[in-house]
Design a binder for this molecule. Sequence first.
Ligand SMILES: C[S@@+](CC[C@H](N)C(=O)[O-])C[C@H]1O[C@@H](n2cnc3c(N)ncnc32)[C@H](O)[C@@H]1O
Length: 309
Amino acid sequence: MPRDSRRPARTADRRPSDRRGPDRRPAPDEERDLSAAPLYSPARVRDLLDRHGLKPTKSLGQNFLIDGNILRAIAEAGGAAPGVPVLEIGPGLGVLTREIASRGAQVTTLEKDERLRPVLAETLDGLDVQVVWGDALDFDYATLPAGTRVIANLPYYITGLLLSRFMRAPGIVSATVLVQKEVGQRLAARPGEENYGFLSAIAALYGSVQHVRDVPKGAFLPAPDVTSAVIRLDFDRTRPAPEQEFLSFVETALHHRRKTLRNNLRLTGMDGDAIDAALEAVGLRADVRAEDVSLGDLRDMAVKLGVIR
Ligand SMILES: C[S@@+](CC[C@H](N)C(=O)[O-])C[C@H]1O[C@@H](n2cnc3c(N)ncnc32)[C@H](O)[C@@H]1O
């Protein structure tokens, strides 16, 4: 891939000397400027990578934020405030971590890439941040204190798995996260809308979803291939958590969301007559498409079919 295709697009705080890849030496004028530049500026980010001999790893989803407005918007929307317990996934070079911690939040951050140890020792110096080294998929989210807010620029390759961990963790009340724009659209979609599917359904079962803002590729270094969005999920912990049987039923029901609900349920080996009887009892057409069925009607179907009580 040519170097140019990984360049971030022009952003408000970029200077001409920044229009180069992450792995080259800063020009003399940048060296003079560095102490004055904010930590998230492209010149500082490149300098950090350079001094620590690092190249962003694509397989770890390492696209570092270089836009101060976006950093502030995520921290603000996520509710980073004095005394609030915040969990971050993937601090990277620590720019978002710093933004959150400097607002007085109690930050725990999970990072898999041990090469970043010396970088975070430098960038988080003087801040009260707990860095947990390891895979975020191995972390026990059930141990988090009540009222925890997740604020993170997620590694996109595990977005779905992480969101499902957050939803199931009783201590987590919200997750304000950067995701691929398409994932954000799926999370926020309602039955009958174009992007509605299992992700939309489970998000609605646990609470509500708000689209905070879109984020252009140029807000990252290196620039990712996709446009992103900041999404805030609020989890209503006063509701009983959905039963595992119901979650599995919803997943099956929406497996092929454009197909009929009947066909999707038949795939599991359920009796056709029983499905027809349940559809009729709930007041749904026999050929209703899966994506058009509300969660309330799916719950009624699950009860009629004896999946849940
Ligand atoms: C999109 S970058 C975000 C970096 C930084 N927060 C920022 O906004 O600039 C994702 C981060 O998640 C880390 N990461 C990737 N996979 C991980 C995993 N399984 N567990 C924990 N951290 C992971 C990467 O090393 C990287 O630091």
